[in-house]
Write a protein that binds this ligand. Sequence first.
Ligand SMILES: C[S@@+](CC[C@H](N)C(=O)[O-])C[C@H]1O[C@@H](n2cnc3c(N)ncnc32)[C@H](O)[C@@H]1O
Length: 398
Amino acid sequence: MKKIFSTEKKVLRDFQDQNPSQYYSNQKRLYLRYKKNFEYNYTYLFKLPLKIFKGCDLIDFGAGTGDNTLFLAQSGANCTLVDMNQHAVEKSKKLFKHFLNKDEFAKHKFIVSSIFNFKLKKRFDFVQSRGALAHTENPRLAFKKCASFLKKGGMIIYGDPNQFGGFQNMLQRYIIYFLSNDKNDMIRNCELLFKNDIDRSKKYTNRTREEIITDRWIVYKQNDPSFDDVMEWFKSENISLYSSYPPSNQFSIDSHMNFPKKKLYDLKGINTINELLWMRKNKDDFNIINNFINKNKKFIKSQKILSKIFSDMRVDLIPKNKKIESVLNNYFKSLHGIKTLENEEIESTKIFIKEIKSLLNFVKSKNIGGILRAINRSKYLFKGNAGVRHVDYIGIKN
Ligand SMILES: C[S@@+](CC[C@H](N)C(=O)[O-])C[C@H]1O[C@@H](n2cnc3c(N)ncnc32)[C@H](O)[C@@H]1O
């Protein structure tokens, strides 16, 4: 417990210095854009149509300034916002006041508390915690605590960076900590080495450069769980995975008639290849998948022909033997030319690992010019998204 509270103290100091989560600062126009994006995320990515929040009790642990809770309140949830940072809680109160009328505002509660100290008899339909638990000394224990406030049949919305998605971020932290003598030095080095990341983040969120730097590289604690870790937490709290974004491995070949149903958390390692992709991802899916479809045009065509040959089979309309043979032969040939996303990703990851090794040689000798050159010429390392960091998991309490 002593370690837990000493970590909280340090994280609180960093977040009181630079707030990590104020995205639209009470600006109505910015908020509307933000809200639209969130409504899409919850409805289509998390599979939580907003109607289900109406009249429900929701508690948000580590709610920060409430920027990511407000739209749930506007969807009809009665919200309890919990955060250890008093300044953030005051801001969340102000934010709710600004966007809600008096009666609506009265439905919500704002509590300054550590997750570990929080006590309440009430149980909730929804427990949410996004971007907070990985900052605690013991995310697994923090998750257990949050999950204990769920009603049976209630849902948890838990989000944090994934251990693999956050791999490049941790590598950046290592470099900054290895090279810097104090906090000012850290900020200077972040600007020098990761200027593109900060510029990119600035484009998407209305935060200052110092807020972004603190949230990404300076905050004292960031311990991200892997997909398997989270599934283990779910299992021990008797929670079943309902959805996640990005989704887990999409293999789902069991018939809906199968019984008893199998639990995803009993398939350890199910997401390994996805996590490889999350670690290295530097382009948007749309481009990657479009490119992949184009490379497989021949195979896609012959697969369609293969399925057609036995479709709509009728007693008076069967295909000729010769035709069947030719379709099977063509399909067989086309299999040799398939390009799989997984193979391409594995090849790119080999280059990515070589880039890391070369960069670390310059880091070892504190050769800033060399580090900058290694980053500039890399194809994958610290490029574009630099990994898919954040993963959200939605679960149902059994
Ligand atoms: C990165 S912010 C995320 C805020 C918000 N959930 C969001 O999605 O934007 C992390 C928040 O977690 C809070 N936090 C971290 N550790 C906590 C703890 N042990 N107890 C309560 N709050 C905590 C911090 O004070 C901070 O406001």
